[in-house]
Design a protein around this ligand. Structure first.
Ligand SMILES: Nc1ncnc2c1ncn2[C@@H]1O[C@H](COP(=O)(O)OP(=O)(O)OP(=O)(O)O)[C@@H](O)[C@H]1O
Ligand SMILES: [Mg+2]
Length: 255
């Protein structure tokens, strides 16, 4: 590993012993993880294993039952969600959350404006970020459409564009390719790799194991609210505990 080299990548985010309990449901129960700069991290895990709740905890959208969160070296487990967004954490949601009555461009502009756009110069910069996000997400020509005129795959692109329009330091994506065909998935994976080339740190939740191995630099595997494995993607998906928890469900119990 890189611990003994002088150029260890900077830590972007740390979670320490994070738990989120809903009454008796231990949705997340003692997760510790570190995200370092410029890499794509992935979370694999069966339905209900706590992936989305972990993302909600990292973005402060659910209260922590216990644990500590650090963005850079600043603790933020008590901060409001908009403070976290303003510091550079953007996310997409598992289900599409777009304003149906507004155009594609307006929806994306909401992301750019959340970065703060009070002066004329700030508004111009925000408009430039929107233009760039539209282009990056492959939405050129669709700016004036309304979300319900787009396919599901394209609606998801609008969500990604809205998230990157704030030019975040860290992007969290909850199943951005759910409901997409293979080509659309490959396009999103390619966009995420381009964003990594520009230095954007990402945490990606997906059920598509092949896409995760191809796209991520480091995988976390969850089951019952806890991490059961982490490390190099190909090794994590071969891990017997991961196979048992996740892959076994898809008929791999027979040799
Ligand atoms: N707001 C809530 N109130 C009560 N229980 C919740 C709440 N949110 C999630 N849960 C429960 O927490 C557990 C983890 O759910 P979560 O949505 O985080 O799983 P997931 O890994 O994202 O699953 P999926 O792959 O289906 O999206 C589940 O048992 C779920 O029913
Ligand atoms: Mg989920």
């Amino acid at each position: 590993m890189t611990e003994h080299t002088t150029e260890a990548p900077a830590t972007v985010l740390r979670a320490e012993d994070v738990a989120v309990h809903f009454g008796g449901v231990k949705a997340v129960d003692g997760v510790s993880l570190t995200l370092t700069a410029g890499r794509i991290f992935g979370i694999l895990g069966p339905n209900g294993s706590g992936k989305s709740t972990l993302l909600a905890a990292l973005t402060r959208l659910v209260p922590l039952t216990r644990g500590r969160l650090l963005f850079g070296d600043r603790p933020y487990e008590r901060a409001q969600p908009h403070i976290i967004a303003a510091r550079g954490v953007a996310r997409t949601f598992q289900t599409v959350r777009l304003l149906p009555g507004r155009t594609v461009r307006d929806n994306i502009a909401l992301g750019a404006e959340s970065a703060g756009s009070r002066t004329r110069q700030q508004r111009r910069r925000a408009a430039e970020r929107v233009d760039r996000a539209i282009e990056r997400a492959g939405l050129t020509g669709l700016e004036r459409h309304h979300p319900d005129e787009l396919s599901y795959g394209y609606q998801r692109r609008v969500e990604v564009a809205r998230a990157i329009a704030s030019e975040p330091t860290l992007l969290l994506l909850d199943e951005p390719t759910a409901g997409m065909n293979r080509q659309e998935r490959d396009d999103i994976a390619s966009l995420l790799r381009d964003l990594r080339e520009e230095g954007l740190t990402q945490l990606l939740i997906e059920h598509d194991v092949q896409m995760m191995v191809d796209t991520c630099d480091h995988l976390f595997a969850m089951n019952f609210g806890a991490l059961i494995a982490e490390g190099e993607p190909a090794a994590v998906v071969r891990d017997p505990a991961v196979q048992e928890a996740y892959l076994g469900k898809h008929g791999r119990t027979h040799a």
